[in-house]
Design a protein around this ligand. Structure first.
Ligand code: NAD
Length: 371
C-alpha cells in the first residue's frame, strides 16, 4: 500500500504528517512511503532524513496524489488536491467537518474514505491516536511562551541586593489539556498560578500542579466524555461576574475554554480588560482553531492577531501548536500512524466498522458523508 504525504499549504501551517521515525514504522509494516520534496522543511525535517528511513521523495504533487492509496495530512486537504485522488483512496487529517463542509463534500463526491483526527474519541484505547491532546499540549506551552516573551515583567520571584521582584500572577481559565500544560509551564517559570474550569473534577489536577483552583461554587458543568457541557447564558453571566475581580488582579490571563463543536464561551469582557493594569497580557487560545464560528474567550480578541487595548496586549494565536513544528509534527505523525495501523488488516485498509474509534472518526465513506 502506498502512503503519501504532500506539503501542507494552509497559511502558517509548519507541521508535517510524517517524520523519519514514522517512515520507518510504516515501511516496517510493509507500506511504501512517498513524500513530496520539501514537505518537512518548515518542521526542520529534511528530505534526506526521510529518505534515509525509506521514504521515496517525489517532486510532482499531482502525480504523488494520484498514486496514493492513503494520504496523511495535518490540515484538511485542499479541494484541488482531492480532485487528484482516486476513488477508494483513504485520507487521514484534522478535518473539523463542521468548519470544512466544502472539503468534506469533495471527499464524498470523489468516493474517498476519510477519517478526522479531531473526532477520535477520548477513550483510553485511543490515547496513542489522540492528536487533539498532543497538539493541545504544545499549544498550552506556546501560550505561556508568548506571554513570557512579551510581558514587561519577569515571571519568577527574585530576591536581589537591588530589591525583590514579586512573581508574575497568572490566571488560567479552562483547565483541559492545554490549560493544564499552561499551568505546568507557568509554574516552571516561577509564576504564581490560579486556574479555573467549569468541571469541578479539574480542581484536583490543577492543585497537583501547584496552582490554586478558583472555586466559584457554581454547579459543575461536566458533560459526556470528560468534556464540559454547553452552559446556559445565565451560568456564563454569573461566571463572568465571579471571575472579573481575578482578571483585574492578574498580570497574565491565559484562556483555553472550549465546548466541543460550539463557539468558544465568552469569559473575559471588554470591561474586565479595562480593569487590567497596562503591561498585562492576555493569550486567548479560544481563538486557536479557525472554525466557522471563530471568536475566542475574550470579547476583544481578534483571531490570528495581537492587539493592544489601553496597554493590555491581547494575543489571539491561530494554530498555536504550529509554532513548535518539530515536536508538534513528531507527536502528530505518531498519532496519525497509530490511527492508520488500526485501520489496516493484511496490509490493506480494511477497518472494523463496528470499532468505536473507526466509526466515530470516519467522515466520508462510499460516497456519503457519515459524520
Ligand atoms: P476542550 O479543549 O474541549 O476544553 C478545554 C477546557 O475548557 C475543558 O477543561 C472545559 O471543561 C473547559 N471549559 C469549557 N467551558 C468553560 C467555561 N465557561 N469556563 C471555564 N472553562 C471552561 O477540552 P480538552 O482539553 O480537549 O479535554 C477536556 C477533558 O477531556 C479533560 O477532562 C481531559 O482529562 C479529558 N481527556 C481525556 C482523554 C482520555 O484519553 N481519556 C484524553 C484527552 C482529554
Amino acid at each position: 500500500m502506498r502512503v503519501v504525504v504532500a506539503q501542507e499549504t494552509a497559511d502558517g501551517e509548519r507541521r508535517v504528517a510524517v517524520v523519519p521515525e514514522t517512515v520507518a514504522t510504516l515501511t516496517a509494516a510493509g507500506h511504501e512511503v512517498w513524500v513530496q520534496a520539501g514537505a518537512g522543511l518548515h518542521a526542520f525535517v529534511t528530505d534526506d532524513e526521510l529518505a534515509a528511513r525509506g521514504a521515496q521523495i517525489v517532486l510532482d504533487r499531482p502525480q504523488l496524489l494520484q498514486s496514493a492509496d492513503v494520504v496523511l495530512a495535518v490540515q484538511p486537504l485542499p479541494v484541488g488536491d482531492i480532485s487528484h485522488l482516486r476513488a477508494g483512496a483513504v485520507a487521514l487529517s484534522f478535518l473539523q467537518p463542521w468548519a470544512h463542509g466544502q472539503a468534506v463534500r469533495a471527499l464524498a463526491a470523489r468516493s474517498v474514505t476519510s477519517f478526522s483526527l479531531d473526532l477520535v474519541p477520548r477513550i483510553s484505547r485511543a490515547q496513542s491516536m489522540d492528536a487533539l491532546s498532543s497538539q493541545a499540549l504544545v499549544a498550552g506551552y506556546r501560550a505561556v511562551m508568548l506571554a513570557a516573551a512579551n510581558a514587561p515583567r519577569l515571571f519568577p520571584l527574585f530576591m536581589t541586593a537591588a530589591g525583590t521582584i514579586p512573581p508574575a500572577k497568572v490566571l488560567v481559565l479552562g483547565a483541559g489539556v492545554a490549560g493544564l500544560q499552561a499551568i505546568a509551564t507557568a509554574r516552571r517559570l516561577g509564576a504564581v498560578v490560579t486556574a479555573y474550569d467549569v468541571r469541578v473534577a479539574a480542581g484536583e489536577e490543577v492543585r497537583s500542579l501547584g496552582a490554586t483552583f478558583l472555586d466559584l461554587e457554581l454547579d459543575s458543568q461536566e458533560g459526556e466524555g470528560g468534556y464540559a457541557r454547553v452552559q446556559s447564558e445565565a451560568f456564563l453571566v454569573r461566571q463572568r461576574e465571579l471571575i472579573a475581580e481575578q482578571v483585574g488582579r492578574a498580570d497574565v490571563v491565559l484562556t483555553t475554554a472550549a465546548v466541543p463543536g460550539r463557539p468558544a464561551p465568552l469569559l473575559v469582557t471588554a470591561e474586565m480588560v479595562a480593569t487590567m493594569r497596562p503591561g498585562s497580557i492576555i493569550v486567548d487560545l479560544g481563538a486557536d482553531v479557525e472554525a466557522a464560528e471563530g471568536g475566542g474567550n475574550c470579547e476583544l480578541t481578534r483571531g490570528g492577531e495581537t492587539i493592544e487595548v489601553n496597554g493590555v496586549m491581547i494575543h489571539g494565536p491561530r494554530n498555536a501548536a504550529s509554532a513548535y513544528p518539530l515536536h508538534a509534527s513528531g507527536l502528530y505523525a505518531r498519532n496519525v500512524a497509530n490511527l492508520l495501523a488500526l485501520l489496516v488488516r493484511d496490509g490493506q485498509v480494511d477497518p472494523d466498522w463496528d470499532d468505536e474509534i473507526v466509526a466515530t472518526c470516519c467522515v466520508t465513506r462510499d460516497g456519503e458523508v457519515t459524520a
